[in-house]
Write a protein of this length. Structure first.
Length: 238
């Protein structure tokens, strides 16, 4: 064999061998582990969904009615600085039936959906009762407010990291190592399914009533969980 070619082959084999040893060293003592921290938290924000709907044969007339009621509800909501109001949808569609396999138009339907959020549960409950002559309740949902969630996530992150570190130290010692290095780490948070109260059909109290009753508050609690998943490399193994 040509000496130059022989030297080239030997250098490649040595490089492959060195790379294999390096790869083995990088993967040696790798351990996957996880840790989590949990906290029970009161739901402190109410989400109210309202629907304004009108049907009739005159499209312009029913749309004017919906617009008037919508503006009245929005005006009432704007009087509360601690309300966050969003118009979700506004749709106008024809109403029809089928008679003897033939479509027969019989009018129009105009609908608007509003969402109002607030941590002032008492005020939002009273607001829902006050606007019953203009809008029907579609759903009431209680959840943890974003600011509250962020505060708890900061606390839970510290707890979860401390538990991750404790487990990493324990694993390293149990395996006969001296210490560990973090190879990778990912964080994730979750909470229990929200206490969602949806009505089978929009609920609107009698328009003849002078004042609608205010619903009692039943916000409930949820469990926040922050999880850490990661890999460590145990060092100092025999």
């Amino acid at each position: 064999m040509n000496i130059r070619l022989f030297s080239y082959v030997i250098s490649i084999l040595l490089s492959v061998s060195s790379f294999s040893c390096l790869a083995e060293g990088l993967n040696y003592g790798i351990v996957e582990l996880s840790a989590q921290a949990t906290q029970t938290v009161a739901r402190d924000e109410m989400v109210l969904v309202l629907k304004i709907q009108q049907q009739g044969s005159n499209r312009q007339q029913i749309s004017n009615t919906v617009t008037t009621r919508l503006n009245q509800v929005l005006a009432a909501a704007r009087r509360h600085d601690d309300f966050n109001t969003t118009q979700l949808t506004r749709t106008v569609e024809p109403k029809f039936d089928y008679q003897k396999d033939k479509r027969v138009d019989n009018g129009w339907q105009d609908s608007a959906l509003l969402q109002v959020k607030s941590t002032n549960l008492s005020a939002l409950n009273k607001f829902a009762a006050d606007v019953q002559n203009q809008a029907a309740i579609v759903a009431i949902n209680y959840q943890v407010a974003d600011t509250t969630l962020q505060n708890y996530e900061t606390k839970l992150t510290r707890q979860a990291i401390a538990r991750f570190q404790q487990r990493a130290v324990q694993i390293a010692h149990e395996l006969g190592g001296h210490d560990y290095k973090v190879v990778s780490m990912s964080l994730g948070s979750s909470q229990d399914a929200q206490n969602y109260g949806a009505y089978a059909a929009p609920v609107m109290l009698s328009r003849a009533a002078d004042s609608a009753p205010v619903q009692d508050i039943a916000a409930g609690e949820t469990q926040l969980t922050l999880s850490i998943n990661g890999k460590i490399q145990v060092t100092g193994l025999p």
